[in-house]
Design a binder for this molecule. Structure first.
Ligand SMILES: Cc1cc2nc3c(=O)[nH]c(=O)nc-3n(C[C@H](O)[C@H](O)[C@H](O)COP(=O)(O)O)c2cc1C
Length: 489
């Protein structure tokens, strides 16, 4: 039986995380007065580009009693601190192996399986009295939401979590969608068509329900906030997935509208999304480094607000890469690789490069065993959850290191015959922020089969690759070692 990799004790809330980072001298506390209009975002982006640790703004212009934290996900290192390991892949890999390993093979292993299932109780969400209280003074104008770029349509919640509940299964979804504040009680929720929030809203609509219960929460344990930004497959409760990653269930509290929210959240907005009231959202300077043109999205209507004393507001600014979303994407890549390998077994590794913007370019290596397999893999990837948003897909053989872009270029140059190895698909779902397409969310995709070709694919044998003569290697090694010591650093 494999054991699940035990991560750091989960942080019980954002405050415990801040104290932990303080103890490691990895937080920058800013006493100067800073304006949430453009200034916090400007400083935060500079900090992320320089891979500085999180910033805690303690003197926020116009919002006494509040502090603002940004830059929690300042580089991939941030995740090593959060999870207490730099082998992120191992966390989900060992979880999956444990699940698979506990499939009953004999009577005795069946009992062990039951025992393991009982252990799973630890990662389930638990009801707990909230640390926040109802706050009648609080509304969208009283929260230090940022304006991040000069031509943004207004102030936005940029790292708040929109929580919905599936009307059939009660499965909860927590997602980071940007939210444009309109006035004290209204805000536009930017959930893209393919995302779980929008999918849930379609279900309510089919039932004739147009006012969907929703909570928008801010300031939670950074692992939970990360899970909210992760592409957890619909059907799997994100509280449960967070429990798996935290190795500890999330404490939750049920609001009057039936939505479960983290008991430790700094602020909570309870209300509903009115799908019959869509308004123009944007422009907003997005993660492509461009302003997304305005488009229609539904409006959230606030009914009740809650907060903790001296609340901490969590925010970010996106823009040209690599900013926080880039490092979140890298962590997603590592943590979800074991799931992808389970679903598409030929996949060996993947790289969603920071500058490829995660939905722009994906490089996958495969163990190729039969002709046509690379194109088949492309179809599997484009059919899998949010990977379906990938605009450009490059498939290479398993001996190519996908993280070394020079190796990838070499593979493309030496294996691709464009007329045979390039697939273009038109009018298919793509990232709705992609301004290059005339009718988003429809766009086109390109797949490049950069694997060595079988005879059936090439029409003749693949040529032999150069390799050194073993006896020559043996003879020259001492001479080469001498040269190396003298001339190489
Ligand atoms: C800072 C940040 C802002 C984001 N903004 C949006 C957004 O406005 N709309 C959206 O659909 N996804 C946005 N995302 C991506 C989603 O959080 C991500 O796709 C996540 O998996 C939620 O999808 P799901 O609801 O299907 O789980 C954002 C991610 C980050 C890190």
């Amino acid at each position: 039986m494999n054991t699940i990799l035990v991560i750091n004790l989960a942080f019980s809330d954002l405050r415990e995380y801040i104290n932990f980072m303080r103890s490691k001298k990895k937080i920058i506390e800013i006493q100067d007065e800073v304006d949430p209009i453009l200034e916090i975002a400007e400083i935060s982006r500079r900090a992320t580009y320089n891979k500085l640790p999180p910033l805690l703004f303690k003197n926020v212009k116009g919002y006494p009693g509040w502090s603002v934290i940004t830059n929690i996900y300042y580089s991939i290192e941030a995740f090593y601190d959060l999870f207490g390991t730099n082998n992120l892949e191992e966390i989900t890999k060992s979880f999956l192996e444990n699940m698979m390993g506990s499939l009953p093979l004999s009577f005795s292993s069946k009992i062990r399986n039951l025992f393991d299932i009982l252990k799973l109780g630890k990662i389930l969400p638990k009801n707990k009295k909230p640390l926040f209280k109802e706050n009648e003074e609080l509304n969208f104008e009283k929260i230090p939401a940022l304006k991040t770029w000069p031509k943004d349509a207004g102030r936005y919640l940029t790292f708040s979590i929109v929580i919905t509940k599936d009307p059939d299964t009660n499965v909860h979804n927590l997602s980071v969608y940007r939210v444009q504040l309109l006035n004290e009680k209204e805000a536009i929720v930017h959930w893209q068509a393919l995302k779980r929030g929008a999918l849930t809203s379609f279900k309510y609509k089919e039932k004739g329900i147009t006012k969907i219960p929703v909570a928008i929460v801010n300031g939670v344990d950074p692992i939970l906030a990360f899970v909210a930004a992760s592409p957890v497959p619909p059907g799997l409760d994100k509280y449960l997935f967070a429990g798996i990653l935290r190795n500890e269930g999330v404490d939750v509290h049920e609001l009057d509208n039936g939505i479960l929210v983290p008991s430790h959240a700094e602020t909570v907005f309870e209300g509903y999304v009115d799908i019959e009231d869509s308004r123009l959202e944007g422009p907003f300077g997005d993660h492509l480094g461009y302003y997304t043109p305005p488009d229609y999205y539904p409006v959230f209507k606030l009914e009740k607000a809650y907060s903790r004393d001296n609340p901490i507001f969590h925010a970010t600014s996106v823009g040209k890469p690599p900013l926080e979303d880039a490092w979140i994407g890298k962590a997603v890549e590592r943590l979800f690789l074991p799931f992808i390998k389970m679903l598409i077994p030929e996949v060996v590794d993947m790289n969603l490069p920071e500058y490829g913007l995660f939905t722009g370019i994906g490089i996958f290596s495969i163990k190729k065993r039969y002709p046509g397999q690379a194109k088949k893999t492309m179809m599997s990837i484009w059919g899998l959850g949010q990977l379906s948003l990938l605009k450009m897909l490059i498939i290479v053989d398993s001996d190519v290191n996908v993280h070394d872009l020079n190796q990838v270029l070499y593979a493309i140059t030496t294996t691709v015959n464009p007329s045979r190895d390039i697939v273009i698909i038109d009018n298919i779902i793509t990232d709705s922020l992609d301004h290059t397409t005339p009718f988003p969310p429809l766009g086109s995709k390109i797949g490049i089969d950069a694997t060595r070709k079988f005879k059936e694919e090439l029409g003749r044998d693949w040529p032999e690759e150069v390799s050194s003569d073993e006896s020559v290697v043996k003879r020259i090694t001492p001479i080469w070692e001498k040269i190396k010591t003298q001339y190489l650093p």
